[in-house]
Design a protein. Structure first.
Length: 364
């Protein structure tokens, strides 16, 4: 492990708390152990960070940022170097707003024009998607912050996306749905990757041993962090066992308590928790240093010129699609959060009190 010295100083409670979000877009901090919080924000074709507290409905205004052409537009260039240039501009913008991770690029394979997020994805050609995604990742991470390719894997529809089951044989999985991600991982070397909502051959992607352990970590040698899509964790204990690092957004402390219980009862080895914490700490420490060193300004005119040169403006149909998708997503997320908070309010207070006692006071 890269951060065994830090992990050795953490209690089981602290380790479990680190593996889920503190707010909608922020992780937990452990100030007395030298672990800062990091911020993750939406992409993929421009930063979306709310000015002030983030909310599930996206009601608060966003910070000004460049709207670059969508992945579908950039893919028509067949130019990974252009993707890398756009990625560098994205990295400069997110670092200037103290964001550590931008949630993109998206590189799911286009299978139907009815998919509501096709504009976010590059192509129906997995080779082209992978090459362009790798360019974006290299550009973003050249600034020291992190990209987060998504949604891993076989996520190609929005209808019932949190319950759908992608059933496919191994050759189809490898040749069509994983090729782009393999290229992005091996050539771009992202620090973070996001799992998808759907099941793959009956098992949710975020708890899927074949996807996360056999392929991503085992065959491709990936050693970065794995984050859930927002609300995409179904069994946090199994996710941690199989290689899912961070559950987002903020499930209260219910997930942390279940992790602790699983370890204490012998159902989950503490070594699995330690491995996930090590992945998270690497993401935290490397990107935190870059954010702190970054200038808080970026060249808006140069970025606007790059966006205009690349492909022009997003059409109104695309804007309407983004708004409709976002409303549906956040309403579902809000309902799930309200139910979860209602069920766990009392026990969460007790958990927070115990955690604050161990980390030397409330996080600031």
């Amino acid at each position: 492990m890269k951060h065994a010295d830090v992990i050795a100083k953490l209690s089981l409670r602290e380790k479990c708390a680190l593996l889920s979000g503190a707010t909608v877009f922020e992780t937990h901090a452990l100030p007395n152990k030298g672990v800062p919080a990091i911020w993750l924000s939406d992409g993929p074709n421009g930063l979306r960070k709310q000015a002030g507290p983030a909310d599930h409905l996206g009601l608060n205004p966003s910070e000004p940022a460049t709207c670059f052409p969508t992945a579908a537009t950039v893919a028509n260039s067949w130019d990974p170097a252009l993707g890398e240039e756009i990625g560098k501009a994205l990295g400069e913008e997110i670092a200037s707003y103290s964001v550590n991770v931008i949630l993109g690029p998206g590189l799911n394979t286009k299978r139907s024009p009815l998919c509501g997020r096709d504009f976010e994805y590059f192509s129906e050609d997995p080779y082209l998607s992978g090459k362009l995604a790798a360019g974006y990742v290299r550009g973003i991470q050249s600034v020291g912050v992190s990209a987060c390719p998504k949604h891993f894997a076989a996520n190609n529809q929005e209808l019932r996306r949190m319950a759908s089951n992608s059933v496919l044989d191994e050759r189809t999985l490898r040749e069509l749905y994983l090729t782009g991600f393999e290229i992005a991982v091996k050539e771009g070397r992202p620090k973070c990757i996001m799992t998808s909502y759907n099941r793959v051959n009956g098992t949710y992607a975020n708890e899927n041993h074949h996807l996360l352990q056999d392929i991503l970590h085992g065959e491709w040698g990936y050693d970065g962090a794995v984050v859930t899509d927002w609300g995409g964790s179904n069994d946090h204990v199994e996710g941690v066992r199989e290689g899912s690092t961070l559950e987002m957004p903020c499930p209260g402390f219910g997930s942390a308590k279940r992790l602790m219980q699983a370890v204490e009862e012998g159902r989950l080895p503490e070594s699995a928790v330690d491995a996930r914490v090590d992945e998270l700490l690497e993401l935290v420490f490397t990107t935190d240093a870059a954010v702190k060193a970054a200038t808080k300004r970026f060249d808006r005119d140069a970025h606007h010129a790059l966006a205009q040169m690349t492909g022009g403006m997003v059409g109104q149909e695309t804007v309407d699609g983004i708004v409709m998708e976002a409303k549906g997503f956040w309403i579902i997320g809000l309902l799930r959060a309200l139910i979860g908070f209602g069920q766990n309010a009392v026990s969460n207070r007790k958990f927070r009190a115990a955690l604050d006692a161990e980390r030397g006071g409330p996080a600031v």
